[in-house]
Each structure stands twice: as C-alpha cells, then as structure tokens.
Design a protein around this ligand. Structure first.
Ligand SMILES: NC(=O)c1ccc[n+]([C@@H]2O[C@H](COP(=O)([O-])OP(=O)(O)OC[C@H]3O[C@@H](n4cnc5c(N)ncnc54)[C@H](O)[C@@H]3O)[C@@H](O)[C@H]2O)c1
Length: 361
C-alpha cells in the first residue's frame, strides 16, 4: 500500500479545486488534514464540505504541526514567496500555485532554499496534464514531429469588473503582474514545454481592457533556441475564453483543444504531413492509456516524486523559465529591444519588474 501524505491547504479559493480535483481522487495518496484561511466563513464551508476538522487562520502554526507533510500554498500571489520559504525551512513538502513568486531574485532564493530543505517543491502548472497535451508531448518526444518551424499561442480570455472586485487582483503589489503572470502563464508554459526553450523575445505589453495597474494585453515575436519562430498574444478583453496553441513541425502540425482552462484534456488535432509519420504516430498512440487532466494527475505524480518512483512533474526550474519570459516581456516592452534569454543576476529587472512608481520598498 502506498504511503498517504497529510496535506494542509492554505487559501480555499483555488485551494478548494485542489481538494476536489487533486486530493479526493487520490485519496489513497493524500489526506487533507488541515485548512488555513483568513476568511473563516469560507474556510468553514470548505471544511464542512470535505469533513476537514482542523482549521486555522495562522499559517505559522502549520509549520510546527508534525503530522503535516505537505503545505499547499493557494494564497494570493504576493504571499507565495514568504510562505514557500517558511514551509521549506520547516522541512515540509510544498505545492504552490502560480505565479510561484514575483521576480527572478525571489525564484533564485526559493531554489536555494529548496536545495537546503528536506522537503520537495512543486509549482502548479496543471494544464500540462491530460490526454490531449500528453499525446502531443509523446509524439514530439519520440522524435516524430521533426524540426520545429513555427507556432502561435493565443490566450484570449475575458475578465470584467467583477473579477477585479477581489482586492488583490489588478495591482502590482499583490497580483505581481497581469495577464502575463496570471493567465497566459499557463499556455506559455505549455508552449515551451512542448516546443523548447526561447532564445529571444520582442514583446509589448498594454493595459487596454480594464482600469487596472497591471497589463491585460500582450504580444511578442519569439525566436526559439531551435531557430523556430513563434508569436504569443494574450488579452483579457475577448468575447469569451479560448486557449489555442498551434505548433508547426517538419512532419506534423499540432493544434490544441480550445477549452480555456483545460486545453490539455480533450484530444488534440495531430495532423501528419506524410504517410510515414502518420503510421509512426498511429503505432505510438495505439495503446494509449487515459491520463486524467489537471490537478488529478499533477498531484498523483507529485506523490510518485515523494515516494521516489518518478521525478517531480513540475519543477522550480520550470517556474524560473516562465518568470524569465515574463521578465523579458516587460523589459522588451519598456525598452523597445529584443531580450536574449536566459536572464541572470545582472539583468536590470532581476530584482523586480514592477514599474518604479508602484514599488513599495
Ligand atoms: N492554476 C490555476 O489555474 C489558478 C486559477 C486560479 C487562481 N490561481 C492562483 O491561486 C492563487 C489564489 O487565487 P484564488 O483565485 O484562489 O484567490 P482567492 O482570493 O479566491 O483566494 C485566496 C484565499 O487566500 C486567503 N488568504 C489570504 N491571505 C491569507 C493568509 N495570510 N493566510 C491564509 N489565507 C489567506 C483568502 O482569504 C482567500 O480565501 C493565486 O496565486 C492565483 O494566481 C491559479
């Protein structure tokens, strides 16, 4: 029988979805033993719904609970950095919602703490899991796709005033960024996960849809290390919510499903450019075993990493790569220049990409 890890979920907004999709279906691997939220009413509703008796408003108290193995951080973005550092320091395993932290300096600090800790850290990128994206990944990893040529990534979602009624949203100090950090971060991660590392970015950011501090519309022209070209565009002013990734390779054209928040679930259009590739893809996918999407599989594989049977399904290095892209976008947009990746400690926005007038310290 596999070991059951005890979890404390901190923040019961998306944290409730972690329970519904991630922990309940993996009840042989995880048990949610505690909830932590400042909003007691909200916490009581979730606690009652799932029979979770232990409830606290004090995050620090979780750190000294010896029977808690995993701290799952689902609080607003500005709290991730201190909470992840404290949990790692306490030797807990940590799951943390996106964006992991708010700068390259912070992610490097977290990665150093991770090395010192007996706990493992897994950032959340749940869009990576499901039959559609995993079949595409299998075809690419098997070498069947061939040379990457070009791609487009569209994050066309809709966010209206009601969304920004939650006080932490739309502000640099608390959301840490806009559509780049909060929304397009998922499709952009899927894109690099499938097509490879970015070499340089010419990006523009704008605030066009809502009266907020952070950007809600972005676009970039990107050159990959492989030489492939891509364009990334996102806005929160679309008529509805659509995520669409199209990848053109030498032997195959791949198009994601368009479900905004779960594009990895349904089968993707994998269109071979020749008969040999078609036969090879058919053979590869012939005995495909269903992979549940989103948190169910991400948490299941996290368990595998905890018991040592598989690597972490998402790593802090993956988060660093996504935050490098965000940093490059902001720098490119403010300077009108092409930004070459990777970005190190000498980059002007290494400490912070927040515009000077919004910096608190
Ligand atoms: N992976 C995804 O697809 C996805 C989707 C939505 C949100 N998110 C991320 O999840 C995080 C939370 O977003 P949300 O939409 O659930 O926000 P939310 O505001 O609905 O929920 C956050 C909860 O955290 C609680 N909280 C705030 N400060 C706290 C503290 N000091 N200690 C304990 N609890 C505290 C709040 O009371 C609130 O209930 C954000 O980082 C967001 O970007 C990710």
């Amino acid at each position: 029988m596999s070991r059951i890890f005890n979890v404390a979920v901190v923040g019961v907004g998306i944290g409730r979805s972690h329970i519904v999709e991630g922990y309940v279906p993996n009840a042989d691997k995880f048990k949610v033993l505690a909830l932590c939220d400042l909003n007691q009413e909200r916490m009581a509703a979730v606690g009652d719904e799932f029979g979770i008796e232990r409830r606290t408003t004090d995050f620090d108290s979780l750190l000294s609970m010896a029977d808690i193995d995993v701290i799952d951080v689902c609080t607003p973005p500005m709290l991730h950095h201190p909470m992840v550092l404290a949990a790692l320091k306490a030797g807990k395993h940590v799951i943390c919602e996106k964006p992991l932290v708010g700068s390259l300096a912070q992610i490097d600090e977290v990665m150093a703490a991770e090395k010192q800790s007996s706990g493992k850290l897994m950032p959340v990128f749940q869009y990576r899991f499901g039959d559609g994206i995993e079949q595409a990944k299998a075809v690419i990893d098997a070498g069947l796709a061939g040379k990457p040529f070009a791609a487009t990534v569209e994050t066309f979602w809709r966010r209206d005033a009601d969304y920004y009624a939650v006080p932490w949203r739309g502000k640099w100090a608390t959301e840490l960024g806009g559509v780049l950090m909060g929304h397009a971060i998922h499709p952009h991660d899927m894109f690099t996960y499938l097509m490879g590392d970015i070499d340089r970015v010419f990006g523009r950011v704008a605030t066009r849809v809502n009266p907020i501090e952070v950007e809600d519309t972005i676009s970039a022209s990107v050159l990959l290390k492989s030489g492939a070209l891509a364009s990334l565009t996102a806005t929160l002013g679309a008529a509805d919510d659509t995520t669409r990734i199209r990848l053109v390779f030498e032997n195959v054209m791949i198009e994601s499903d368009h479900a905004a928040y779960n594009p990895g679930e349904k089968l993707w259009k994998i269109q071979p450019r020749n008969e040999a590739t078609k036969a090879a893809i058919d053979a590869l996918l012939k005995d495909w075993k269903h992979v549940p999407s989103r948190f169910q599989t991400q948490m299941e594989r996290f368990h595998g990493a905890l018991v040592g049977t598989r690597p972490l399904p998402v790593t802090s290095a993956d988060s660093r790569r996504s935050l490098e892209l965000v940093t490059a976008f902001y720098h490119s947009s403010s300077t009108g220049t092409d930004v070459v990746l990777p970005l190190g400690t000498d980059h002007p926005l290494y400490q912070s990409w927040v515009p000077a007038q919004f910096r608190t310290a």
